[in-house]
Design a protein around this ligand. Structure first.
Ligand SMILES: Nc1nc2c(ncn2[C@@H]2O[C@H](COP(=O)(O)OP(=O)(O)OP(=O)(O)O)[C@@H](O)[C@H]2O)c(=O)[nH]1
Ligand SMILES: [Mg+2]
Length: 202
């Protein structure tokens, strides 16, 4: 992001949403992707977002990544952020099987109920692979689940900086390959891009 002029032209703007149980590492994944860093974070209150411009497949793309709170008390609030998302990342923690179970029990249902974009791309992200000794969810289980539900699948470690950028790029690649999603993304001119912007909403 550093060095970009304040006003830049982009080919597409995509809205990406991060969902999953509290503590699975959604905010840590986003921090790693947006700034390259990792630090101890407090649970998200409501919804945050960060914006980042990436270049992929010869296109310049502005991603606005919305990071929702996993805690149940925010569920009513976060449900409104599914609207318009072309990409949805469903995160679980490989060291806590209950967070994997929640993908089917809670998060895919929320996507079905509140998502508004036909053909939106879904990706399952298995985070915290650095916790190999306490792992409860195998790669095979994650792959099978993702396949059964028509989702992309990537294993990551936000802490170890493993495959985080790859996850976002694979998601964007798939969006770029889906004509109906490009039609909804629009070209955008004159966006402010000084820094990854973060703001708490609501
Ligand atoms: N070992 C390990 N810990 C991680 C990793 N990613 C995140 N964490 C830790 O997991 C805890 C929760 O991370 P967050 O990013 O705040 O989780 P979240 O999903 O945003 O949680 P909510 O905002 O409450 O929904 C923090 O202590 C992080 O440091 C990882 O890849 N490996
Ligand atoms: Mg968070």
């Amino acid at each position: 992001m550093a060095g970009l002029p304040a006003q830049v032209e982009v080919d597409h703007t995509f809205k990406i949403l991060l969902v999953g149980d509290s503590g699975v590492g959604k905010s840590s994944l986003l921090l790693r992707f947006a700034t390259g860093g990792f630090e101890e974070l407090v649970p998200t209150i409501g919804v945050d977002f960060k914006a980042k411009i990436i270049e992929l497949g010869g296109k310049r793309i502005r991603l606005t990544v919305w990071d929702t709170a996993g805690q149940e008390r925010f569920r009513t609030l976060t449900s409104s952020y599914y609207r318009g998302a072309q990409g949805i990342i469903l995160v679980y923690d490989v060291s806590r099987a209950e967070t994997f179970d929640s993908l089917a029990d809670i998060w895919l249902r929320e996507v079905d109920m509140y998502g508004t974009v036909e053909e939106s791309v879904k990706m399952v992200v298995a985070n915290k692979t650095d916790l190999a000794e306490t792992r409860e969810v195998s790669t095979d289980m994650g792959v099978a689940f993702a396949r059964a539900h028509g989702c992309l699948f990537v294993e990551t470690s936000a802490k170890g900086n493993v495959a985080v950028e790859q996850a976002f790029e694979e998601l964007v690649h798939k969006i770029l390959e889906t004509p109906s999603l490009l039609a909804s993304s629009g070209s955008t001119f004159g966006l402010k891009t000084k820094q990854p912007q973060s703001s708490s909403c609501c």
